[in-house]
Design a protein around this ligand. Structure first.
Ligand SMILES: [Zn+2]
Ligand SMILES: [Zn+2]
Length: 304
């Protein structure tokens, strides 16, 4: 049965402190940095499409593209539906087989094991654009996009998401993380040899990484903020399109448990559509959605 929740229910309580003054004084989150950053993030995506067009029927054939698109779809859904909306935010209830399947697909993204991914993300919601946010662009765009990983951020599941450590399936997926990464490279190898590894493995990992990281960086800088959320989260249609609906990130910060990030018909949310289908097929239950009156009220708070 669908659950409509009336009261905002953040997983962790956000502190009301302001971002540290030294963050706001940084020069690497000004307009020039924004422009350079946009090219650096969008450029490689455009280059991959250009490479496919240039190499078509010479070094890239239909099987490679099918592997890329197919693997991208399943692994990205593992991240958005599995890691994010299901595991981190408890947007719906799922049977054990589906839960394990989603966590395995999420692991294949090579974005870290289920435990650390969810815990890091809970910390982000608890401290969004405040001191302690793992990846706020107020600390520089490069930092928000990938620098925080290069710097070796350590998740703290004892504080953020201690219940995850009690969950046997989560711990199983976490312990076997590298196995699934290897499987995600072995599958395309079995279909199309090393070319399969290139397109269904390496290029796919690169694309899923950048789109996910863009939610952390682009979707706290570029786009609209229809809801007052006390942070810099934005709705960005391009990341929404590429990232299976995750680009409606201001909506998500406003209603964290909602299984749907697209809140209006024109906000395309592929993950939300799949969740809706799974619910209609009675595979999942307790799907969290927001009452339209609450959406209206929250928009009114922002004068929208
Ligand atoms: Zn979230
Ligand atoms: Zn965010």
């Amino acid at each position: 049965m669908a659950v409509v929740y009336k009261v905002e229910e953040p997983v962790a309580v956000a502190p009301r402190a302001l971002p540290p003054a030294q963050w706001l004084k940084r020069t690497d989150n000004g307009p020039v940095a924004k422009a350079i950053f946009s090219v650096a993030v969008l450029g490689p995506l455009v280059a991959v499409v250009a490479a496919i067009v240039q190499l078509w029927q010479r070094a890239v054939v239909g099987a490679d593209l099918a592997l890329l698109v197919g693997m991208y779809f399943f692994v990205a859904m593992g991240v958005t539906i599995g890691y994010h909306r299901y595991l981190t935010h408890r947007g719906f209830r799922a049977p054990a087989w589906l839960k394990l399947g989603l966590l395995i697909l999420g692991s294949m993204s090579m974005e870290g094991p289920a435990l650390t991914w969810a815990s890091t993300h809970l910390e982000h919601h608890a401290r969004s654009d405040r001191e302690g946010d793992p990846h706020s662009p107020l600390q520089g765009f490069f930092h928000a996009h990938i620098g925080w990983i290069v710097d070796g951020f350590d998740a703290n599941p004892a504080k953020y998401g201690p219940w995850l450590r009690e969950d046997r399936l989560v711990m199983f997926a976490t312990r076997t993380f590298w196995l699934w990464v290897v499987v995600s490279l072995a599958l395309p190898f079995a279909v199309d040899g090393w070319r399969g590894v290139l397109w269904g493995g390496v290029v796919r990992i690169f694309l899923v990484h950048h789109v996910t990281w863009s939610v952390n960086s682009v979707c706290h800088v570029f786009g609209k903020r229809p809801f007052k959320t006390g942070d810099r989260s934005t709705n960005n249609w391009l990341v929404g399109l590429l990232g299976g609906g995750e680009g409606w990130h201001n909506n998500h910060h406003a209603f964290q448990r909602s299984a749907y990030h697209g809140l209006f018909w024109w906000q395309f949310d592929l993950s939300g559509l799949i969740i809706r289908t799974l619910e209609a097929l009675h595979v999942i239950s307790d799907v969290q959605r927001v009452e339209p009156a609450l959406i209206k009220k929250r928009l009114g708070e922002n004068g929208a």
